[in-house]
Design a protein around this ligand. Structure first.
Ligand code: ZN
Length: 284
């Protein structure tokens, strides 16, 4: 059994052949969580996950959703329609968390990479960064309040994000999705037993993360596709889907010199633990 700890089957990319894909996922015993990146696609994720017992959902606002609409054309998650006026954490957002298929808050976090390139004054850029920090903190507080796991999208700003989690006294579990940090960050994350690493298809593109992966016990790792994006080799460049997890499993098993079965089983168990699904057998 395999668990895709971060995917987006509610996105438009799967509109035309979702039934065929669902059939393959059942055949391959793949569980998954459809991660929300704005209000609209969080709602879509809940609607979809309600239909299948092997799908779960999260509710979240991606850090790039604070950017002006016209700057979003090239950002993966925001190819989905974003109504900027709705990208605030409000009562409706909190109500969504109460749905029984919602097992996490996020993806949320910090990503200034697009802000730097905008044609804005320094003050306007600072305002956008502050807005990102604010909606990140709102989501941390809601995850803490409702005992939900936090799915983190952090681009470069690992130290800043970790400081915010500490300031907010966040004690629930958290996943550093799409992990690309360095050795110091790995050591820092390993200190907190509630913090986990999500590895995506990018680990198959080169060997640059091999030494990072070797530092991390398998018990702290999750695997993810982030589909429809970042297909692993040999399907790089094509639409990604959770059946490609086998290539990520294969790469980790080679790096750690363990069997693929071991990686599959351990990361599945980890996902059930991280998302607090062990006590929710009635949902299976
Ligand atoms: Zn994502």
């Amino acid at each position: 059994m395999i668990f895709d700890s971060h995917t987006h089957l509610q996105f438009n990319a799967f509109e035309n052949d979702l039934n065929d894909l669902v059939f393959k996922l059942k055949q391959n015993n793949i569980y998954l969580i459809n991660v929300g990146s704005n209000i609209e696609n969080s709602i879509k994720s809940i609607e979809l996950s309600k239909q299948y017992d092997f799908m779960y959902s999260s509710v979240g606002i991606h850090p790039v959703s604070v950017l002006p609409q016209e700057s979003l054309y090239d950002k993966d998650e925001s190819k989905e329609k974003i109504d900027e006026t709705k990208q605030v954490v409000d009562n409706n957002f909190e109500k969504l968390i109460l749905n029984e298929k919602v097992i996490a808050v996020g993806e949320c976090g910090l990503d200034y990479s697009y802000i730097e390139h905008l044609n804005l004054s320094e003050e306007e850029k600072e305002n956008l960064k502050q807005k990102q920090i604010n909606i990140f903190k709102d989501q941390i507080r809601l995850a803490q309040k409702h005992n939900k796991t936090l799915i983190l999208h952090i681009r470069d700003l690992y130290k800043e994000a970790i400081n915010i989690l500490k300031q907010e006294n966040f004690t629930q579990k958290a996943i550093f999705h799409f992990f690309k940090g360095d050795k110091d960050i790995v050591e820092e994350i390993l200190k907190n037993p509630n913090w986990f690493f999500g590895f995506s298809g990018i680990i198959t593109y080169s060997d640059s993360l091999n030494n990072i992966i070797k530092m991390i016990p398998l018990s702290r790792m999750l695997i993810e596709t982030d589909a429809p994006y970042v297909s692993p080799v040999p399907n790089r460049g094509q639409r990604n889907d959770p059946t490609n997890l086998k290539y990520i499993i294969q790469k980790i098993s080679t790096i750690l010199d363990v069997t693929m079965q071991e990686v599959e089983d351990q990361t599945f168990q980890n996902a059930f633990y991280v998302y607090n699904l062990e006590n929710l057998t009635n949902l299976r």
